[in-house]
Design a protein around this ligand. Structure first.
Ligand code: ZN
Length: 279
């Protein structure tokens, strides 16, 4: 695991139990035109600063309050760190290759035929690449900031950040573009870092909603800007090549925090720049 000073501080004492909390109902993609839907907003609200990050569910629960339902993937203490934990055993590479071998047999193939001999190795190598985000630390990417902003006080927008991620329901790719804006307070982060941040989260199993929320929450948590706006548009192959098999359907998800959430005019300005005439 890489060293990650920021996240390690955030993670101290924040280990989650080995068993993940149950997923929220309705935690599935909603297609086309969704903008900060209610259940997503409900998920995000628990990310707002102010609640102690290290509060255990037992501490925030009371008989009169609904039980803590924040899924681990939206807990900043979890997703801001490199996700692979040194203290949890992982299957060996040989075991992973064996699992691919099993899948080849399952679909009716002969894993022993020449063309497939190296396939388990290649698949595991591809997994190493597609899921490298589990070994990377999002907080570390945002750790280096610059103070020389010449009094810049508007938002910074990076548009059209291409990404490919894998849906956590089918382990099939979804891909598209992320548009990210934040309004810095005194310090700015290198522009490429927003693209790197997107890639780190995209190279984990995801839902588009969580990808959107995690990018926004990471920027919020580490840079403490006046606001963050994230819009993601993506096509899901689990919907285009299987299931209902509809090509070209785009899913939109958005997340606004701070001034973008509170000021509809800023939100509108972000959206018009993202969807401007020169697209
Ligand atoms: Zn899927």
């Amino acid at each position: 695991m890489e060293t990650c000073p920021v996240a390690c501080v955030l993670r101290m004492g924040l280990r989650r139990p080995a068993v993940k909390p149950p997923r929220l109902p309705g935690d599935t993609p909603v297609f086309v035109g969704r903008s900060n839907g209610e259940d997503m907003d409900a998920l995000i609200k628990s990310l707002r600063p102010g609640k102690p990050a290290d509060a255990k569910p037992s501490e925030v629960k009371s008989p009169d309050v609904a039980p803590e339902t924040r899924p681990a993937e939206l807990d900043p203490a979890e997703f801001l760190a490199a996700a692979v934990r040194a203290d949890l055993p992982r299957p060996s590479r040989a075991e992973a290759e064996h699992a691919v071998h099993t899948l080849l047999s399952y679909i009716g193939e002969n894993p022993g035929r020449e063309g497939l001999l190296d396939t388990p190795r290649r698949v595991v190598e591809a997994f190493d690449e597609l899921y490298q985000g589990y070994h990377q630390c999002p907080a570390e990417v945002l750790d280096r900031t610059f103070g020389e902003t010449a009094g810049y006080d508007d938002f910074v927008l990076v548009r059209d950040i291409e990404f490919t991620s894998q849906c956590e329901h089918h382990m099939m790719p979804f891909y598209g573009r992320a548009h990210i804006a934040y309004t810095p307070v005194e310090r700015v982060v290198g522009l490429s870092k927003l693209a790197r941040l997107t890639d780190i989260f995209a190279r984990r199993l995801q839902t588009q909603e969580h990808l959107t929320a995690q990018i926004a929450a990471a920027i919020d948590e580490v840079l403490k800007p006046r606001g963050v706006a994230v819009l993601i548009e993506a096509e899901h192959t689990c919907m285009s090549v299987r299931g209902v098999a509809k090509h070209g359907a785009m899913t939109f998800t958005s997340r606004f925090t701070g001034m973008f959430r509170d000021n509809p005019a800023e939100q509108q300005r972000f959206l018009s720049l993202v969807r401007g005439p020169n697209r």
